[in-house]
Design a protein around this ligand. Sequence first.
Ligand code: MF3
Ligand code: CO
Length: 250
Amino acid sequence: MAAVIKTKAEIASMRKGGRLLAEILSDIVAEVKPGITTEDLDNRARALCKKHSVKPAFYGYFDYPAYICVGIDDVAIHGMPSKSDVLVEGQIISIDMGIIFEDLYLDHATTVAVGSIDSKAERFLSSSKLALQAGIKNAKVGGYVGDISNAIETVASMSGYSVITEMTGHGVGRSLHEDPSIPCFGKKGTGEMLKEGMTLAIEAMINEGDSELIHLDDGWTTLTADGKRSALYEHTVLISKKGPEILTIR
Ligand code: MF3
Ligand code: CO
């Protein structure tokens, strides 16, 4: 199936929703400190959805039981909040959240430090963030999905890291996951052509070590097989003639 091209009205709604999600995620990030639990962060996400009258996109999705996905250190993608996961200084934590605003889905994630972190972790986070930025920069009308994927992979591997290969970014808007899939690796000029009006959840899923993941039997949580750290940065981006427009930004 081809990607969904959004109408002007849908784009206007997604702009508003994206701004709201950026605000919500940054309010959750502001809570991150040693001693709080990932359940506290989820409670904050729930309160913010209520405050802004938006629906969570993940809660209930294939019975997912929470408002956000969280990943401390070696927890990669789809980690679940828990009252027994207490944040400790020096850790990194990814927070991933989706909302439904005016019937349209937005998806956004970031990875931040818990207190102060060592320079190795700092470098890992800044390189992973750069990988997402490079991917977004290459999301152009007339370009290809592979241009985005290749840019993410290139930055990650040049920095000495690997990309997660078993999960992908995706189209987003009328539903949480639309075509096309946007892997974190690939060749330039391959895959679906990018057209004006597509909205894409571009995700940089980067591992400090090997790309291999382990799946826990809770059905959701994935961990790096080598126990090294994993980072996630994600924006919902509009493909437009004026260039890529990040929607999940304030
Ligand atoms: N950003 C993630 C994704 O697109 C989060 C999905 S969590 C789920 O896969 F619970 F909704 F599955
Ligand atoms: Co996503």
